[in-house]
Design a protein around this ligand. Structure first.
Ligand code: MG
Length: 322
């Protein structure tokens, strides 16, 4: 059949052409309002952030990282986390995720009404010290405590292994180190475990290796992956991840983002570019790509600069039928 119907919404073209290794349904976790906006020099007003999230929900995104509960002196872009969550209690909804790095952040996220918390632990000791101000072991202890508290509170808790493919300070990290850390983190029974290429250095063969090791070590884990497009390998890595069995991918609208503590890190993989690829492959994401592109254009206006995404510039193919 023609692939033309696949390009719009719900995977009408699911199919024949898709590899048997790839799930026909891939979940997108939109991280633009957090990972994206935290790197912007311009701090968007709370109302604009809330409108951004609403537009994403209206485009069909159902899991959105909307804030981080970290020290506002270190990340001033996220200082209004509570206000954003409070405003989102009204209107159409999605599962809103708050990023936390310690127990204090978790308590704030819980009080703010997050339905899901995400925590990140670095595979690299140096990155852990610089980004989170604690050792990897201290981070693991904090995660185990937070995971138990989240379960008791009925909040979903997921864990991300950051710098899983390389560290700006330590360089290459062996996949076995990620595997060992994952096994310790699994003791917290996370609802999902993610590997993050925090600084955008991964290549697809490495993704295949790391994901395969995690699937072998923790077969029951639901896996997610988080890529940055710093060296233009983001989409290739996303393809390798889903081919290796990952069911959920982080992406940011327009491809905005980075990491304020990772030198030269640039944006996440652009959500529109990822969804364009997935839909044309026959995967379903539940997202209306045309509506998402409108959001990306709106975001460029609000940020007062072009976003890195490419589909927003090139447009859809085939052109949507009116
Ligand atoms: Mg990131």
């Amino acid at each position: 059949m023609s692939g033309s119907v696949v390009a719009t919404r719900i995977g009408t073209g699911i199919s024949s052409s898709i590899s048997p290794n790839i799930s026909p349904s891939i979940e997108i976790v939109e991280v633009g309002p957090r990972d994206g906006l935290q790197s912007e020099a311009r701090v968007l007003p709370t109302d604009t952030k809330v409108e951004f999230v609403r537009r994403l929900v209206n485009a069909g995104l159902r899991r959105i990282e909307v804030a981080s509960f970290v020290n506002p002196k270190r990340v001033p872009q996220m200082a209004d986390a509570e206000a954003v969550l409070a405003a989102l209690k009204v209107g159409p909804s999605a599962r809103y995720i708050g990023l936390v790095l310690n127990r204090k952040g978790f308590d704030r996220a819980l009080a703010a009404g997050c339905a899901e918390v995400g925590m990140a632990i670095a595979a690299s000791e140096t990155f852990s010290q610089r980004n989170q101000g604690c050792s990897v072991n201290e981070g693991v202890d904090a995660w185990l405590e937070i995971a138990a508290a989240a379960r008791a509170a009925g909040v979903r808790a997921q864990i991300t292994i950051s710098t899983a493919f390389g560290c700006p300070f330590e360089g290459e990290l062996p996949a076995t180190r990620v595997r060992e850390l994952a096994l310790r983190l699994a003791e917290g029974q996370p609802d999902e475990m993610a590997v993050a290429d925090t600084i955008g250095v991964a290549v697809p063969t490495q993704v295949t290796e790391v994901v395969s090791q995690l699937r072998e070590a923790i077969p029951s884990a639901r896996l997610r992956a988080h890529f940055h497009n710093t060296r233009n390998t983001g989409l290739a890595n996303a393809y390798a991840a889903i081919q290796a069995g990952v069911r959920a991918l982080d992406a940011s609208c327009g491809g905005i983002g980075g990491c304020p503590f990772a030198p030269a890190a640039t944006g996440n993989i652009p959500t529109e570019d990822l969804i364009y690829m997935l839909h044309r492959m026959g995967c379903d994401t539940g997202v209306d790509l045309s509506a998402l592109l409108e959001t990306s254009r709106w975001l460029q206006e609000e940020l007062e600069h072009p976003v890195p995404g490419m589909v927003v510039k090139a447009g859809l193919f085939p052109a949507p039928r009116i």
